[in-house]
Design a protein around this ligand. Structure first.
Ligand code: TXA
Ligand code: MG
Length: 318
């Protein structure tokens, strides 16, 4: 399919669901801004989002679901989550919560961390799409990295051109700024991103104590958050040879032999496939308890820039 814009009708819903099941991207309206949406269970589809946005880092993405029961399948629910969800869902509020142990959502959505940002959008079209898809949808704002979030289908097309095969036109977004993001993983909530749901409105529910938003919290540099996964084994980059007591994170076909364990990010040298595998492979190599995780060179092009950024953080002295 070649980039088209559809107004919402049953064909548009069927097309979107089909594309999602194929691992493709669909631009969808929400009440806040348009989102560049993919199946959150499919790591390669999620990697395509980063690829199209041209993000230099893997920022965690918001997962959109149709109802609260679905949300509770993926995250550890808390009292504050219940209070806020009751009051503001569906609506422009994203809750950051711990992933459940059995959470099947791609680790790339969480940028390798153990938390998940989740919300139920308040837009009839988005809800219709989510119900028809019957699964979690990851969607950042549908703009290129560093550009403004689109609030009409036309803005989304201007931003992305034909990079997404389908744009669903649900009219102009009513809220027009991105959702409020609140981190509920600590003892007090943290406002990570202000939005239409303000602290004043939340105070009416009896939630008044906030922890200050630390300078290196998510908004500024998500990849540096301590909650982001850093392996416990030292990481050695640009490895072209390996020792027998090392684990190897390989890429491409020219893989040095002799490592204790090897996982190949992408034998065919595909950066999208590599990004999709990155966090889960790092995690399993770390669990294999070898002296070092050696990592083969990854090309510094396209998604390789984000992959290398994350690998450099994983290898940084700590
Ligand atoms: O209104 C919105 O939230 C729109 C629509 C499409 O839903 N989406 C959106 O996504 O603005 P994005 O990716 O442009 O912004 C998501 C924000 C980022 O600041 C990201 O760091 C934060 O939410 N975020 C997402 N998941 C997180 C997590 N697990 N921990 C901390 N921050 C998270
Ligand atoms: Mg954005």
């Amino acid at each position: 399919m070649n980039g088209k814009t559809l107004y919402i009708d049953s064909d548009a819903v069927d097309n979107a669901v089909t594309l999602w099941r194929m691992g493709q991207l669909v631009v969808v309206p929400t009440e806040t801004v348009y989102g560049l949406a993919a199946d959150a269970l499919n790591g390669e589809a999620v990697a395509r989002i980063y690829n199209v946005k041209g993000r230099p880092q893997f920022n965690p993405l918001i997962v959109h679901v149709a109802d609260e029961d679905t949300a509770q399948r993926y995250v550890e629910w808390t009292n504050h989550a219940e209070t806020l969800a009751r009051a503001f869902w569906p609506g422009p509020l994203t809750l950051v919560l711990r992933r459940r142990r059995d959470c099947p959502i791609s680790e790339l959505v969480s940028a390798g961390g153990d938390t998940l940002g989740i919300r139920i959008p308040a837009h009839p079209v988005t809800l219709q799409l989510l119900k028809a898809f019957d699964g979690p949808i990851a969607a950042p704002s549908a703009n290129r990295s560093g550009c403004i979030s689109p609030t009409t289908a036309q803005h989304a097309r201007d931003e992305l051109g034909d990079a997404a095969p389908l744009i669903i036109d649900g009219g102009a977004c009513q809220v027009g700024i991105e959702s409020t993001v609140i981190d509920l993983t600590g003892d007090a909530p943290v406002m990570l991103r202000p939005g239409a749901i303000t602290k004043d409105r939340i105070a009416d529910l009896g939630i008044k104590h906030w922890r200050a938003h630390a300078k290196d919290d998510v908004l500024k540099s998500p990849g540096q958050l301590e909650s982001h996964y850093a392996p416990s084994a030292p990481v050695r980059l640009n490895a072209t040879q390996v020792m027998p007591d090392e684990a190897l994170l390989a890429f491409g076909t020219q893989v040095p032999l002799g490592a204790a364990t090897t996982l190949n990010l992408s034998e065919r040298g595909d950066l999208i496939e590599a990004a999709a595998n990155l966090f889960s492979y790092l995690r399993s190599l770390d669990h294999s308890h070898h002296r070092t995780i050696a990592v083969m060179p990854i090309p510094e092009t396209g998604l390789g820039v984000a992959i290398n950024d994350r690998l450099r953080r994983a290898a940084a002295p700590r």
